[in-house]
Design a protein around this ligand. Structure first.
Ligand SMILES: Nc1ncnc2c1ncn2[C@@H]1O[C@H](COP(=O)(O)OP(=O)(O)OP(=O)(O)O)[C@@H](O)[C@H]1O
Ligand SMILES: [Mg+2]
Length: 415
């Protein structure tokens, strides 16, 4: 088995996208991809609800990838999202005894353990900690930013982390589906969907200056906020493109799949602005079929856009705006928004987002990858490609650690 080949699965509500990549010195090269569209009600809002169908789809993706790369796939990297994922910040400090001693790895481990115990005590046993990511350290009130303070001297060491917890049961279900499909997944190889999308779609500069990443999928909207290159907020809400389709279907009495096409083709998120300008596009009519599939009637693009706008406005003002308000004024200065996921294709979504959130907005598509098939240069593939990038970073880090260990062992032998 080639250690330099990694595989990622984006198990989304609408599709399972798999990619295998070769880690080269010059970058990451995608060597195989596969996609299996999912019927309704296999994954709902980030949770597997039909284990058999989900397993079959994962199995097909894995087999197709194996056929293309000519190797068996034993381990995969996956993303996780849905209402059962939560990111929060915690800070804890310890006294260094005796005062002024050199800080060592054990001190960091102790802080990490104390933070994790506090998180579990607060959240209860049904939650599982997926990540405890250090944001910055302080030694005697001096900010040490991201660098680990091992080897420095101090009296008090403070650690701030961004902690990701998930509901234990949905997480076990996804792992079981992967196992039944013939592969394994480690918790360390399971990433919040928004982190993966950010890895594919954001520039390092955006992460430094401040950036809100919004991945609008079919069943969930995954969000994270970066400032100074550090993640300070992660969230996943149970609303996505499906909720817009569902509103259109109910209000216009048309089948759900038809409603989705109406959203894609005629739903303008900039509805209030178009209305204010008396834009003629709003009064154009579209013929739609009724739920029974027999009758047809005419609706205007204005009616369709109004429904699309109302649901998007609800998601953005109720769930996304509070996240950016909590980050504080200082983090928002110069910050921008990047929207990705299939929902990023909603017409005029950037105009809508700038109006509602007050931050410059662009659409994010996957980048930072070699030779990617242009077919995957679309926002709905940001999570899958981002998972590959995150996984490759992890592999590189392990290799670096391994070689440092080797060098250490050689030195230990010599001296
Ligand atoms: N051209 C388009 N205009 C508007 N919406 C679109 C367009 N193309 C796709 N979408 C919407 O994007 C959504 C699917 O996006 P995506 O593939 O990112 O979701 P997913 O990853 O499967 O789901 P989730 O992340 O929620 O589990 C669907 O709601 C679909 O209707
Ligand atoms: Mg998705």
């Amino acid at each position: 088995m080639n250690d330099n080949i990694i595989t990622a699965l984006d198990i989304g509500t609408s599709k399972i996208f798999g990619a295998s990549a070769l880690i080269k010195d010059t970058g990451i090269e995608i060597i195989a991809t596969d996609i299996q569209n999912l019927p309704e009600e296999v994954i709902i809002k980030g949770r597997v609800v039909d284990m058999e169908e989900a397993t079959n789809a994962i199995y097909s993706v894995l087999k197709n990838l194996e056929g293309k790369i000519g190797e068996s796939i034993n381990w995969v990297n996956i993303g996780i999202g849905g209402g059962h994922l939560k990111g929060e910040n915690y800070t804890k400090s310890i006294s260094i005894e005796p005062a002024g001693r050199e800080i060592n790895e054990n001190d960091l481990q102790l802080l990490r353990r104390e933070i994790n115990s506090a998180v579990i005590a607060e959240k209860g046993p049904d939650k599982k900690i997926l990540y405890t990511t250090p944001q910055y350290y302080k030694i005697d009130d001096m900010n040490i930013k991201k660098k680990e303070p091992v080897g420095m001297h101090g009296n008090v060491l403070e650690m701030s982390v961004h902690s990701i917890t998930v509901d234990a049961n949905p997480h076990k279900d996804i792992k079981n589906c992967i196992q039944s499909a013939g592969a394994q997944v480690d918790d360390a190889d399971t990433y919040p969907h928004s982190w993966a999308s950010a890895e594919a779609a954001l520039t390092e500069e955006e992460k430094k200056v401040g950036c809100l990443l919004i991945d609008i999928g079919k069943g969930t909207t995954d969000i994270c906020f970066f400032t100074e290159g550090i993640i300070i907020a992660t969230s996943s809400i149970k609303f996505g493109g499906w909720n817009i389709d569902n509103d259109l279907s109910k209000i216009l009495h048309t089948p759900l799949n038809y409603a989705e096409e109406l959203k894609k083709n005629y739903g303008f998120a900039s509805y209030p602005l178009l209305k204010k300008d008396n834009n003629a596009v709003l009064s154009q009519t579209v013929e739609i079929i009724s739920t029974s599939g027999k009758l047809t009637k005419n609706v205007t693009i204005g009616q369709i856009s109004n429904i699309v706008y109302d649901r998007l406005n609800d998601i953005f003002t109720r769930y996304i705006k509070p996240i950016i308000m909590r980050t504080g004024e200082a983090c928002l200065a110069g910050a921008s928004t990047v929207i990705t996921g299939g929902g990023a294709k909603i017409k005029d979504i950037t105009i809508f987002s700038e109006e509602v959130l007050g931050l410059p907005t662009r659409i994010g598509i996957p980048k930072n990858i070699l030779d990617i098939d242009p077919a995957y240069h679309q926002p709905e593939f940001s999570t899958g490609i981002g998972l590959i990038i995150l996984a490759s970073k992890q592999v590189r880090q392990h290799k670096k650690k391994d070689s440092l260990q080797k060098i250490k062992r050689i030195f230990e032998k010599w001296f």
